[in-house]
Design a protein around this ligand. Sequence first.
Ligand SMILES: [Zn+2]
Length: 499
Amino acid sequence: MTVEKVCSWVESLVQQAGNVGMIASEDRVYCRNQLLKQLGLEDFLPDAAEKLEADIPHILEKIIEAAVEMGKIEPMLEEKEQLQASLMNIFVPQPSVVNHRFYEKYEKDPAEATDYFYQLSRHSNYIHTKRIAKNIHYQTSSAYGNLDITINLSKPEKDPKEIEKEKQRKKDTSYPACVLCMENEGYGGRIGHPARSNHRLIRVPLERERWYLQYSPYVYYNEHCILLSEEHRDMKIQAAAFRRLLAFVEKYPHYFMGSNADLPIVGGSILSHDHYQGGRYTFALAKAEEDFTFTLPKFPQVHASVVKWPMTALRLQAEDRQLLENASEHVRQIWMSYNDPAREIISHSGEVPHNTITPIARRRGETFEIDLVLRNNRTNEEHPAGIFHPHEEVHHIKKENIGLIEVMGLAVLPKRLETELKGVERYLLGETEAVEEIHRPWAEELKGRYGEINEAEKAAAAVKEETGKKFLQVLEHAGVFKRTEDGLQGLRLFIDALK
Ligand SMILES: [Zn+2]
């Protein structure tokens, strides 16, 4: 690796940053010099033959490789990420400037503002576009519409040596308090906490509180964003949460905004920081139709229905968002203490609550709409992981929490399935030893149904389709009122209780 080469890549990076509109021509020499300083280079001697006409993530990778070779950083994932983030930070304006530009565009059109911020977050490599591109993504059809399946391959894996090294170097630090805190804006990172030098947040005041908008660094769907409270406080589903979700979609009608439930098992992975997730993507749940309507006598102007969906989703619609908030809170209040022991729904164990809601708010034209997905996180001997949680027979595909994203119809499946599902395909093609033990009963059942498959393509298609069916089963397990005659009876009783 020659210094000339590195200098050429530095120049390529500056060039690309200019091409995508991150910097103006006046900024080029300044940015080059900042990059040189961070890389410990005093001279600038680009090798004209080495110019890289690649995209930003690719050029960055090359520069990071060079930094390792030059001994500037150790070959550890965390150090590489820190350097990457701080190099890209050079091209990203300060938060006040980003916010100013965002709101200038917002005045014209909210979608123009989010477009600007989404592109900035991508170009700055804060969103790891190159890694996300590795994810396997497809749709499978079901009686409830097309379900999305993603096998998550984007999070980099560390080798055990690296983990050991990290352990030795890890300090007990509590700043920022968590990965969602706004104090991550521009934070350089440390062992065990991601680098966020190139991270910016949009100030989004909501109902007299300070909230912040960012994108997920590992977006699972188009414009997957996160809305977080300034205060590091627990997730809480209550009237104020409905109010904020609706207030947000009033300001950003092209985005939906939902929340994970606030209890373990049925909630997301972070319960300790109040936050919501939204974006510009129409999930199967949003497309799902009304199964039947019902009336809420206390809220005659609210249109209420049960959605045709494997989980129990009530859909409320109104022109007036205050009314919708009140109706949602009414449903929540009743649900919080609702019991149907014959159907395993018990609201409390002593003082410990089990009932909660996964809410999703969106606009339909001028109408506000909110889906209230009823959840219960109780466990029993038969289902120690959760009664309304994927049951054991589907754990070989999914045993993680069924959070907001799954509720809406997107399965985020673990990395291990990439190779394991290939094994199932090979099994269907006749390689009986190819399948892992945990998938064997399923693979055998598929072989019984599909018979002999000779073409690799057909085997792959069958496994995709069947994985989709498993996901549907996962959602059915998570549903509190099953879509059976008996479940429907139970649901009708609950609806009666809303009167
Ligand atoms: Zn926090």
